[in-house]
Design a protein. Structure first.
Length: 252
């Protein structure tokens, strides 16, 4: 069994006011739960998954997708969907509030801040659209592939979906979202605040840094764990279908 995390490292060391445990466990309705108690509250596999997520936060510079390859696709898609809700309900509103404070302190007259806000609103819109696309197409597709792979009676259904969508379609749009985030981050870094905005600007930078770390871990789970799993299942299911011509699965 994997050693339980000490819980002593937090993203607070990276500038965020909340520890990594809070950001992660809020997604599972477990606020205030210590990492050590995960194994008392959850089944062993789910507790180990969250422990690995927390370890990744604690060792952010050494992100390794390999520990997550052992977890089933439904557990990964559940984490991704919970993360989406966390970002929309908490992360993005906090950043938006900080931008509003910066604008208010400048009496809504600073042109650079208006540009930053426009960049952020565009990014927020595109990110929400990206989440909706994932939840409407990618995540159901991932779960369908998983079920087809482990219950071969669903192979014929999966082959219909192969002709309409593949995991490669998702990857192209993902890079676009990353570019938009970098654009927002760069504009905030270039903003030279007056004395009245030094503290709010620092808070905003901390929020952006923490959010970026969270997004990077989220994207690691998607791009380096889920996507390779889906590619492998797509390839193996297609090979199975071609070699059997579907007859084996139709009769079993």
């Amino acid at each position: 069994m994997k050693n339980q995390p000490s819980g002593k490292n937090t993203t607070g060391n990276h500038g965020d006011k909340l520890p990594a445990e809070t950001h992660v466990l809020d997604r599972y309705g477990l606020p205030g739960t210590s990492a050590e108690h995960l194994f008392d509250l959850l089944n062993i596999q789910h507790a180990m998954f969250l422990a690995d997520i927390l370890d990744t936060y604690s060792n952010f510079g050494e992100r390794d997708p390999e520990p997550f390859m052992k977890y089933p696709v439904p557990m990964l898609t559940d984490y991704i969907e919970r993360s989406h809700r966390h970002y929309v309900s908490k992360r993005l509103p906090e950043i938006e509030q900080s931008l509003s404070i910066l604008l208010e302190n400048n009496h809504y007259t600073h042109p650079s801040l208006h540009i930053i806000c426009n960049f952020f609103q565009h990014y927020k819109h595109e990110l929400n659209e990206h989440f909706r696309m994932e939840e409407k197409v990618l995540l159901p597709y991932a779960n369908m592939l998983y079920n087809a792979f482990h219950n071969r009676g669903g192979l014929l259904v999966s082959m219909v979906h192969f002709n309409r969508y593949s995991v490669e379609d998702f990857i192209q749009h993902h890079h676009h979202i990353d570019t938009l985030f970098r654009r927002v981050r760069t504009s905030i870094l270039r903003y030279d605040p007056p004395v009245t905005n030094l503290s709010p600007h620092r808070i905003l930078l901390n929020q952006m840094k923490s959010f970026e770390e969270d997004l990077n871990i989220h994207e690691m789970i998607e791009d380096q764990v889920l996507v390779p799993k889906l590619r492998s299942m797509e390839k193996r299911l297609k090979n199975l279908f071609e070699t059997t011509d579907g007859n084996h699965f139709a009769n079993n």
